[in-house]
Design a protein. Structure first.
Length: 517
């Protein structure tokens, strides 16, 4: 595409001005946000006027040609769909091509058993720790079904991931996308360090992302109007939708919103088969959380990680000298162990972490002595059944006792200190927008820009009709912003995994498929 005549044609074409401006503003915002939240790293970032000029300049060099490439891809796909005698998709070869890089990742880290979350789940399976929902019971059950052998679960994850990518590619191939294009696009997923490291980690991130992938596959085919509305598909869609939330707590956002969209679509289009998917989803959630969890005696310790964004935000207001009334300060000291907060933030061994990470990741109850002001938290440490051992952190234990009050206090402080609270959120979500996060060329920013570019190119009518294609990624991003402050890149796995099929789908003509399966 980067030949002189092609580039010249791109600038003569229509529809590239708005995408170019949007991409330029996005690139400029990345550099400007860095100035706001972390001056330490601003040495290689530009001042505002230069950042804006650089962002728009880079976009002007790249975006028009990319827009033209998307348009040509769409035309080429339409021609390929109409061409008779097209070769069959090489499923086995493509599957092997997707699996090979993942096996290299596994060979580098085999058997990958030193993960804290995994060790705690294995302790629960061995009976060394009580069953709890700190780590989702569905994933603990999945590990149990694998014989309690993490390497077996990892092998299944690798095969399932390669199969999912092959399924996406086979469907897009039938819709006219060329084999070279598919191989190049989907290899980005199997080679991406975030995807590879998550795939070889026998914890909950990859199973939840795989379920979100199945949901996306069904959503795309529904939008293309070629998904068979038969019970095997409806069963798969409903189960995948349910287990997206059952394997990861924040996956519940996608479960609720996509379930609501399916329900509304079923009513509006009179596609009653889709109601079966919603029913299957509800049944799975009820059977796991309403039946299996009580029968197995799974405990629910107060989980402060659910309100970590709000608890760490309250601390940020206090630490940064924000506006806080005496009454609010008293409530803060009643809800959170502020002496323990000072203890965590003064630890010289954790200076490389953010404020939220230093508060949430400290594991030192064995050597921390509660101060006089913190005696109301002493009962939290009297853990007779061992359910609190997984936290081993007074801050998290305290935050989990009164989550409603924590949220209310945070909202009050947010209204009084919007700049302090907003910049703290930005600092704790740099994995979303920093160019150097996501491992170099695989930066999360590029994935989001690709999604936005392909979506905007569809025009107003196309965006109104195809917005459900963004649900898996958008729901994941929203859940990370409101529920996670420790800035871990693995939380964004759905973006790295599902961007390629979403972008290719948005680039194509969304009419009905002309080839039979």
């Amino acid at each position: 595409w980067y030949r002189p005549q092609t580039i010249a044609a791109a600038y003569r074409a229509k529809g590239w001005i708005l995408p170019t401006v949007l991409v330029g503003l996005a690139l400029a915002a990345v550099m400007l946000l860095e100035l706001v939240v972390d001056p330490y790293y601003t040495a290689w970032f530009w001042p505002p006027y230069k950042a804006l000029a650089l962002g728009l300049g880079l976009s002007l060099l790249i975006t028009p040609t990319l827009c033209q490439a998307l348009a040509k891809l769409r035309e080429k796909a339409a021609e390929e769909r109409a061409r008779p005698g097209r070769p069959a998709f090489p499923r086995l070869g493509f599957f092997a091509a997707m699996l090979a890089p993942l096996m290299v990742y596994w060979a580098r880290s085999f058997p990958y058993l030193d993960y804290v979350d995994l060790q705690y789940e294995l302790e629960m399976l061995r009976g060394d720790a009580p069953l709890s929902d700190v780590h989702t019971p569905a994933h603990t059950a999945l590990l149990w079904l694998s014989g309690g052998r993490p390497e077996v679960l990892t092998a299944l994850q690798l095969l399932a991931l390669a199969a999912l990518l092959t399924g996406f590619a086979a469907w897009l191939y039938r819709r006219g996308v060329g084999l070279f294009c598919l191989t190049a696009a989907f290899t980005m997923a199997s080679l991406c360090p975030v995807v590879g490291e998550a795939a070889v980690s026998p914890i909950k991130d990859m199973p939840a992302a795989l379920c979100a992938g199945v949901v996306l596959y069904c959503i795309l085919r529904l939008l293309a109007e070629d998904l068979p509305l038969r019970w095997p598909w409806m069963l798969a869609l409903g189960a995948a939708l349910a287990f997206t939330g059952l394997f990861r707590h924040n996956g519940l956002v996608l479960t609720l919103l996509a379930g609501a969209w399916l329900f509304c679509r079923a009513i509006w289009r009179r596609q009653t088969a889709l109601l079966a998917s919603v029913a299957v989803c509800a049944a799975c959630v009820c059977l796991v959380d309403g039946v299996a969890v009580p029968l197995l005696g799974v405990k629910s310790p107060a989980n402060g990680f659910a309100v970590q964004v709000y608890a760490t935000g309250i601390v940020a207001v206090d630490q940064k000298g924000g506006q806080i009334t005496p009454e609010q300060r008293q409530r803060m000291e009643e809800l959170l162990p502020m002496d323990y907060v000072d203890f965590c933030l003064s630890n010289p061994e954790t200076t490389q972490f953010t404020r939220a990470q230093r508060l949430c990741w400290s594991r030192d109850l064995s050597r921390y002595v509660l101060s006089e002001n913190e005696q109301q938290f002493a009962p939290l440490l009297e853990d007779r059944d061992g359910t609190n051992d997984v936290f081993n952190n007074v801050f998290i234990l305290a935050a989990g006792q009164h989550p409603g009050q924590i949220v209310r206090l945070y909202l009050e402080l947010f209204l009084q200190n919007p700049w302090v609270c907003a910049t703290e959120i930005l600092r704790n979500t740099t994995t979303l927008w920093r160019l150097d996060r996501g491992y170099g060329l695989f930066s999360h920013v590029f994935y989001l820009i690709a999604l936005a570019l392909a979506f905007v190119r569809r025009g107003a009518k196309g965006m109104l009709r195809l917005w459900p294609a963004l649900l898996p990624v958008a729901c994941n991003l929203a859940s990370v912003v409101v529920a996670a402050s420790t800035n871990e890149i693995r939380y964004l796995l759905p973006t790295f995994l599902l961007t390629a099929p979403t972008v290719l789908f948005l680039a194509l003509d969304a009419g009905k498929n002309t080839q039979k399966e």
